[in-house]
Design a protein around this ligand. Structure first.
Ligand code: PXP
Length: 249
C-alpha cells in the first residue's frame, strides 16, 4: 500500500536482463517477450525495457513485439537521443521514461540532469506527449531537478533509489529521508511519483516508506531471483531429457 493514500503500489517489471542472458550467447532464448507474458500472468502491472543506444540487451524487435502482445502498459526507458526518439514515436509505448545514458556504465548510474540538458529534455517531453505518450523523468531527489521536471510538463518523475540501495546505516537513513522529501515535493508540484533502481527483497520494506508512490520499477533482483527459484525445475527438465535417451529431432 502507498504510505500516504492506501492505494496499492504498482509493480513494473524491468526485463532487460532476460535479454542480457540471450545476448551473451547470441541465442534466440530466453525470450524477453515470453518473460514479459509470464510477468503479466503473475500480476505485474507493467513491463519496462531500456532500449540502449548500444543495444547491449533489449533490441528494437523486442520493443515492437512487446508493444504488439502485451495487455499491460509498456514503459520504454530511453536517452534523449534522436534515433531512439524516432523508434519511440513509431512504437508508441504507453509510457516513456527518459534516463541519462553513458556507454561505459554498467547500468543507469545517476538521474537525468534536467537542469543541465533543459532544452533537449523539454523538447523531447513535448514531442513524446504530442504523440500521446505519457512521460516520466528519472531523476535524483533534488529540489532543482524536481522543480524543472514539473516545468517540463512531464506527468511522472521516477526517483532514483540506486544510491539508497547501495548504502548502509546512517548514510542509508539520510538518503531515504532525501527520497521521502523528494517524493513530497514532487507531489506538491503536481507530479506523479514512481521509483526504481537497485530495489530487492531486502530493501523493499524501507522503499515502501516513500510517500505518494504510484509504481516501483524493479528488474535485476527479480530476474536474479527467478534464476534461483527456477533452477531446480530446469535441472529436472534436462535430467528427464537425458533419461529419454537418443531422439531423432
Ligand atoms: N528504473 C530505471 C529508470 C532504470 O534505469 C532501471 C535499470 O534499468 C530500473 C528502474 C531497474 O533497476 P534494477 O534493474 O536495479 O531493478
Amino acid at each position: 500500500m502507498n504510505a500516504t493514500t492506501n492505494q496499492p503500489v504498482r509493480l513494473g517489471v524491468n526485463i532487460d536482463h532476460v535479454a542480457t542472458l540471450r545476448q551473451v550467447r547470441g541465442t534466440e532464448y530466453p525470450s524477453p517477450l515470453e518473460a514479459a507474458l509470464v510477468c503479466e500472468n503473475a500480476g505485474a502491472d507493467g513491463i519496462t525495457v531500456h532500449l540502449r543506444e548500444d543495444r547491449r540487451h533489449i533490441q528494437d524487435a523486442d520493443v515492437y513485439a512487446l508493444r504488439e502482445r502485451l495487455r499491460i502498459p509498456l514503459n520504454l526507458e530511453m536517452a534523449c537521443a534522436p534515433e531512439i526518439l524516432g523508434i519511440a514515436l513509431d512504437v508508441k509505448p504507453t509510457e516513456v521514461c527518459l534516463v541519462p545514458e553513458r556507454r561505459e556504465e554498467l547500468t543507469t548510474e545517476g538521474g537525468l540532469d534536467v537542469k543541465g540538458r533543459r532544452e533537449a529534455v523539454f523538447e523531447t517531453v513535448q514531442t513524446l506527449q504530442a504523440a500521446g505518450i505519457v512521460v516520466s523523468l528519472f531523476v535524483e531527489a533534488d529540489p532543482d531537478q524536481l522543480t524543472l521536471s514539473a516545468e517540463s510538463g512531464a506527468t511522472y518523475i521516477e526517483l532514483h533509489t540506486g544510491h539508497f540501495c547501495d548504502l548502509d546505516g546512517a548514510a542509508a537513513q539520510a538518503e531515504l529521508a532525501r527520497l521521502i522529501r523528494g517524493a513530497e515535493l514532487a507531489h506538491e508540484l503536481g507530479l506523479k511519483v514512481n521509483a526504481g533502481h537497485g530495489i530487492n527483497l531486502n530493501n523493499i520494506g524501507a522503499i515502501m516508506q516513500i510517500p505518494h508512490l504510484d509504481t516501483l520499477n524493479i528488474g535485476h533482483s527479480i530476474v536474479a531471483r527467478a534464476v534461483m527459484i527456477g533452477m531446480s525445475a530446469a535441472v529436472e527438465e534436462m535430467r528427464t531429457a537425458i533419461q529419454a535417451g537418443p531422439q531423432n529431432d
